[in-house]
Design a binder for this molecule. Structure first.
Ligand code: PLP
Length: 362
């Protein structure tokens, strides 16, 4: 926490706004809106997953539809597709950003159309905070007139050619879960330039109550709005967002400075115009064995590190879903490792981690 959170939470208590509406909810939305710019409209919701669920529904995804989804991601990018009775079609990554491959995306779209069904939406993810190839992916989406759900859950504070991630999709999603760059313990947001989507999202997220004195409903609603207490935490966190991005980026720089000389360790570079919040600092090794050697050496000293996300097309739960892969994300999964990346790591912590890796006989 940054310090100002308790002030906003106390305000919620003092004014008795203990509800999924109130001044912190509105204030948090305004703070996010002014941070992102680009005339975005914002609805804060109970989680990133809930935001993805409503977002896909608003883009028209329903039973029997197909949705193209980046395979190399956390399962929450794909699960809401299934909530809606649709089928995820997984797309592999390219090597420069580790995100959705524009080439495979186009191949998949053409193939699905050939097979008789045009995909309803594309879920593109800025994984670990690294922007996906926005221009290429959005050009293909525009060519086939397929809307994009931009999963920016890990990329608040990242930008692409000076424009903030979370503003590129027809609908975009942020997460404030406990593990993200800023947090409300649990929470998320939907962002769109289309005000109609945001108004509809708030309506659906608050049980879809029609405007009548009695309780009347013309839609199936959800209880997905953010609590005014948690939005207070969010307002405080917005004040330290840039510090958090700075801390994460300096962790990454430290690893880079101290490990770059080891030929067997590679880092993901920011292509020109790409700015990553470096939510997690990741390394790539030449093999599964070397990756494990490093992970186990760290574990020996009580330091947790984790393999990169296991691609969705390799997950047991999604094994029946079609995928368009060339082995890139499977390779990243086998050889990559997320190093400790918290915003509160001390130089001492970082030195310890680097020393253990250097001592590993690779
Ligand atoms: C965390 C995360 C989500 C889900 O957000 P929650 O707020 O935890 O529901 C979705 N997509 C990605 C890529 C994530 O990392």
């Amino acid at each position: 926490m940054g310090g100002a959170e308790q002030k906003y939470v106390k305000e919620a208590f003092d004014t008795n706004w203990i509800a999924p509406l109130g001044p912190n909810v509105t204030g948090f939305e305004r703070d996010i809106q002014s941070y992102l710019g680009q005339t975005s409209h914002v609805a804060v919701l109970s989680s990133g997953t809930a935001s993805l669920h409503l977002g896909l529904q608003l883009l028209g995804v329903g039973r029997g539809d197909e949705v193209l989804c980046q395979s190399f991601t956390f399962s929450a990018s794909a699960n809401p597709i299934v909530y809606l009775g649709a089928t995820p079609i997984f797309i592999d990554s390219e090597k420069e950003t580790w995100n959705m491959s524009p080439e495979l995306l186009e191949i998949a779209i053409l193939d699905r159309i050939q097979l008789g069904k045009k995909p309803k939406a594309i879920v593109a993810v800025h994984l670990y905070g690294m922007p996906y190839k926005v221009k290429e992916v959005h050009e293909i989406a525009a060519k086939f007139n397929i809307p994009i759900l931009e999963d920016s859950a890990e990329a608040l504070g990242s930008s692409y050619h000076g424009i903030k991630c979370g503003t590129f999709g027809d609908i975009s999603v942020l997460s404030f879960n406990g593990n993200k760059i800023i947090t409300t313990s649990g929470g998320g947001a939907m962002v769109s330039k289309n005000k109609g989507y945001i108004e509809k999202a708030i309506h659906l997220a608050t049980q879809a109550r029609d405007s009548a004195v009695h309780y009347q409903h013309s839609d199936i609603g959800y209880n997905y709005r953010m609590s005014n207490v948690l939005a207070g935490i969010g307002r405080g966190q917005m004040e330290v967002l840039d510090d958090r991005v700075g801390a994460r980026r300096s962790n990454h720089q430290f690893y880079l400075d101290h490990l770059n000389a080891i030929p067997k360790i590679e880092f993901l570079k920011e292509p020109d115009g790409f700015f990553s919040n470096r939510w997690l600092s990741c390394i790539l090794t030449p093999s599964y064995e070397i990756r494990e050697q490093i992970r186990l050496a760290l574990l020996e000293d009580d330091i947790e590190s984790r393999p990169l996300w296991k691609p969705m097309h390799l997950q047991p739960v999604f094994k029946a879903c079609p995928n368009y892969s060339d082995g890139t994300s499977e390779d990243l999964f086998n050889k990559g490792l997320c190093l400790p990346s918290g915003s509160n790591l001390s130089t001492n912590d970082l030195e310890r981690i680097v020393q253990i890796i250097k001592n590993t006989q690779l």
